[in-house]
Ligand binder design. Structure first.
Ligand SMILES: *Cc1c(COP(=O)(O)O)cnc(C)c1O
Length: 401
């Protein structure tokens, strides 16, 4: 997305603003399907939590993607967006049996990640097939908060407990239709994927009613120029061979599933904020914008790097800035960044704002959540209005004092 376009969108819709480019989402989706074109049955489920605007979900639906969901609310949004229930997989962690039952009644694929719920579910609903989430204990992930595969992780059923799963299956007569793993976010090394996949294939051979194997996600996307990223084409080559070999020995063409979030939408999004103040201190220059970690939490929450550029002055002299937000506590987007000279009123653009950005936004400091715009077929369209005071006060109950 060109600087001039982003500048004009900020003028048209106001700031702060999220902008998504459907062409980039579509090309990432096609990259993954092309990389695995040698697999007979492939299904990509977009991880809803990365970017849950209903229009984004509708876009994925039109591409024949499925959805990966982690809450009943995400399931309901997916159904509202037009997904068939069987194209949605529900992979919750630590939710109640009641919620799982409700989602199961809708016909959504259920992925269970602990023995207690598995046993209870199997006891009550032996005829509803479920997938099991296995934790292969492959260490991976860029940040401890998003690394989910280690031995003491709360995610999945330990690969060492597979005999216990098999005992539950035998006792309840339940049907296991899939095995799943999701080893974490930001995995770089494709050998991590393939060795984890091998572990999962080894588990899979003991389940007789499988329809699919879900290898989760964690694909790394570049957050700055030259940054390392998962080589999806190479991964496709390596895994296609192993998966097809597994299917042959299993005696059935299973479906290979993935559930990427970041890979599909991270690079398609830009976040635009306006510079309210340029402030010099003894040692640095701050650019303070009309937003904060209430709208883009990843830098403060995960130490994530988001490249920042000045779309109002793309050819200006480069200087060093610390870009900060307006929240009344430490609220830093980037320290000591080289950015084209910033004047008050300029629009800054933050890269990689498609995944886990708007979807993690809050109303902290009683600020409105930003508007969202989708560029699709060459036109920009508002897909979420900026909030108003009504939204801030909506569910507050005024009592007699
Ligand atoms: C969050 C999540 C994903 C998506 O992870 P990305 O790193 O965004 O690709 C996939 N599967 C499950 C179960 C998740 O919780």
């Amino acid at each position: 997305m060109e600087a001039t376009l982003l500048q004009s969108l900020a003028e048209k819709y106001g700031s702060p603003l999220y902008v998504y480019d459907s062409a980039k989402i579509i090309s990432q989706y096609e990259r993954i399907t092309n990389a695995f074109s040698g697999v007979k049955n492939l299904k990509v489920h977009f991880a809803t939590k990365a970017l849950s605007n209903i229009n984004i979900l509708r876009l994925f639906q039109s591409l024949d993607s499925g959805l990966d969901t982690v809450s009943i609310q995400e399931v309901l949004t997916g159904l509202e967006a037009g997904f068939a229930a069987e194209d949605i997989i529900y992979t919750p962690n630590g939710v109640s049996l009641e919620e799982i039952e409700k989602v199961a009644q809708m016909g959504v694929k259920i992925n269970i990640d602990n023995l207690s719920i598995l046993e209870q579910f199997g006891h009550h609903y032996p005829n509803i097939p479920v997938c099991v989430r296995i934790n292969p204990h492959i260490m991976a992930g860029g940040n401890t908060k998003i690394s989910v595969g280690h031995i003491d992780s709360k995610f999945g059923i330990s690969i060492h407990q597979v005999p216990h799963i098999l005992r539950i299956v035998e006792n309840t007569n339940m049907i296991i239709n899939g095995v799943h793993m999701h080893t974490g976010s930001d995995i770089l090394d494709i050998s991590v994927f393939s060795s984890a996949a091998d572990l999962l294939f080894d588990v899979a051979k003991d389940f007789k009613d499988l329809e699919f194997i879900d290898l989760g996600s964690g694909f790394k996307v570049p957050y700055y120029e030259g940054a390392a990223a998962t080589d999806i084409e190479e991964l496709g080559k390596v895994l296609t061979k192993r998966f097809n070999k597994f299917c042959k020995s299993y005696g059935k063409d299973l479906t290979l599933m993935f559930e990427p979030g970041k890979f599909l939408v991270s690079e398609a999004g830009k976040f635009l904020a306006k510079v309210n103040v340029v402030k010099q201190t003894t040692s640095m220059v701050f650019a303070g914008v009309d937003s904060g970690f209430n709208h883009l939490a990843r830098p403060m929450m995960y130490d994530a790097y988001h490249h920042i550029s000045n779309v109002s002055n793309p050819n200006g002299k480069e200087r060093y800035y610390s870009v900060v937000g307006y929240i009344c506590e430490t609220d830093t987007f980037g320290v000591n960044r080289k950015i084209n000279e910033i004047s008050e009123g300029d629009i800054l653009s933050f890269d990689n704002a498609g995944a886990y950005c708007f979807s993690m936004a809050s109303n902290y400091n009683s600020r409105f959540k930003p508007a969202e715009v989708l560029i699709h077929n060459g036109t920009d369209q508002l897909i979420r209005k900026r909030e108003t005071m009504e939204d801030i006060l909506k569910n507050q109950v005024v009592i007699d004092l």
